[in-house]
Design a protein around this ligand. Structure first.
Ligand code: ADP
Ligand code: MG
Length: 301
C-alpha cells in the first residue's frame, strides 16, 4: 500500500508518495519545508526574499537566507555556463508574456524589446560575507521558476532520507525524484509525455532508481495564436519563446536542482550546444526534436 500526499506550492500541484505509513512525520516536515522555500523564493509573493531583491534593484543589497543565497549562487553558475540561455533575471519577459495569467496573446514587439533590455544575470552581485544579493540596475527582477522546484525536491529527499525513508516518489509539477527502487524492487518507471499530445500520452518511459528526472517542454504552459504555439520557456536573446528545434528535453541527474536548471538551459540552447552542457556536468538527457525523433544519452529499454 502506498501513501500519497498532495499539496499546492511553487505554483503547481505536488505529490509525495511513500510506501510505508510514515509515522515519523517526515512527509509533513517535507511539505512544510517546501512551503517555506516557496515563501522565500516566489516571484509572485509580495513578502518573498526574491521580491525584496527585485524591489531593491538599483538601490541596495538585500540580506538573504542561506536557502536563497545557495539557489542564487547555483542560478548564477548555470546562467554563466549556458552563456545566458538560462537566465534567472528573465522576470520582465515572463511577466510580459504572462503564461498562466490567462492573458494569452503575443506582446507588442516594442514591449518585448523594452523588457529584454531589463534581463541580464551579470547584474546580480552576491556578497558571500555579508550574505547579500544586489541587482545593480533598476527595473531588473528575478524569476526562479526554472530552478526552485528542483531545490525543493532535493530538500524533500534529504528530509525523507534523514528519517530512513529510502523509497519514495517526489513529483513537484513534473519535477521528479525517484528515490531508491519502486516497491516491487525494480526501478521506478517515469513516463515522458509526448509534447504534442494531451497530458497523459507518453512518448517513452524511463527506468530510474535514485535519480531526478526533470523535463522542459513546449507542452507545459502555452497558448496558440494564429496557428502558432507560444510556450513558456523564453529565449533571453530574442525575448520570444525559445525555438531551438526541440519539443522536449528531460535531464536525469542526482541533483534535482541541477536537472531543473539544465533542462531549461538545454531547451533554449538546442541539441548540439545542450549536449555539450550535459556532458560538462556528467549529466544525462533525453531529447525529443521537432521532427519527432528521440535522442537519448540515457539507457532506453
Ligand atoms: P516548468 O516550470 O514548466 O517545469 P522549466 O523548469 O523549464 O519548466 O521552467 C520554466 C519557467 O522558468 C518559466 O515558467 C519561467 O518562470 C522561467 N523561465 C522561462 N525562460 C527561462 C530562461 N530562459 N531562463 C531561466 N528561467 C526561465
Ligand atoms: Mg527547469
Amino acid at each position: 500500500m502506498s501513501y500519497e500526499t498532495v499539496f499546492y506550492a511553487l505554483g503547481t500541484e505536488n505529490t509525495i508518495t511513500v510506501e510505508k505509513n510514515d509515522k515519523t512525520g517526515a512527509v509533513e516536515r517535507a511539505v512544510e519545508r517546501v512551503l517555506e522555500i516557496d515563501e522565500k523564493m516566489s516571484a509572485f509573493k509580495e513578502t518573498s526574499e526574491i521580491t525584496k531583491i527585485s524591489r531593491n534593484a538599483g538601490k541596495s543589497p538585500v540580506v538573504v537566507s542561506e536557502d536563497v543565497y545557495y539557489v542564487l549562487e547555483k542560478a548564477l553558475e548555470i546562467s554563466r555556463v549556458s552563456n545566458g540561455a538560462f537566465d534567472f533575471t528573465i522576470k520582465p519577459l515572463t511577466r510580459l508574456w504572462g503564461f498562466g495569467s490567462g492573458r494569452d496573446c503575443v506582446p507588442d514587439i516594442s514591449e518585448i524589446i523594452c523588457s529584454k533590455a531589463q534581463v541580464g544575470y551579470q547584474h546580480l552581485t552576491l556578497d558571500a560575507n555579508a550574505k547579500t544579493a544586489f541587482l545593480n540596475k533598476s527595473g531588473f527582477s528575478i524569476d526562479l521558476g526554472a530552478i526552485a522546484k528542483g531545490y525543493a525536491a532535493d530538500e524533500t529527499k534529504r528530509i525523507l532520507m534523514e528519517e530512513g525513508i529510502d523509497s519514495a516518489l517526489i513529483n513537484f509539477g513534473g519535477n521528479i525524484i525517484a528515490m531508491g527502487n519502486s516497491p516491487g524492487g525494480s526501478p521506478w518507471k517515469i513516463g515522458i509525455q509526448n509534447p504534442l499530445l494531451d497530458r497523459g500520452s507518453k512518448a517513452l518511459t524511463l527506468e530510474v532508481s535514485g535519480k531526478s528526472v526533470v523535463t522542459s517542454a513546449v507542452s507545459e504552459r502555452f497558448f496558440i495564436e494564429d496557428g502558432v504555439r507560444y510556450h513558456h520557456i523564453i529565449s533571453p536573446t530574442t525575448g520570444y519563446p525559445a525555438l531551438s528545434g526541440l519539443l522536449s528535453v528531460s535531464v536525469i541527474d542526482d541533483s534535482s536542482l541541477l536537472a531543473d536548471a539544465l533542462s531549461t538551459a538545454v531547451f533554449v540552447l538546442g541539441m548540439e550546444k545542450g549536449l555539450e552542457l550535459i556532458r560538462k556536468y556528467r549529466s544525462e538527457a533525453v531529447f525529443i526534436t521537432e521532427a519527432g525523433e528521440i535522442f537519448s544519452t540515457y539507457k532506453l529499454n
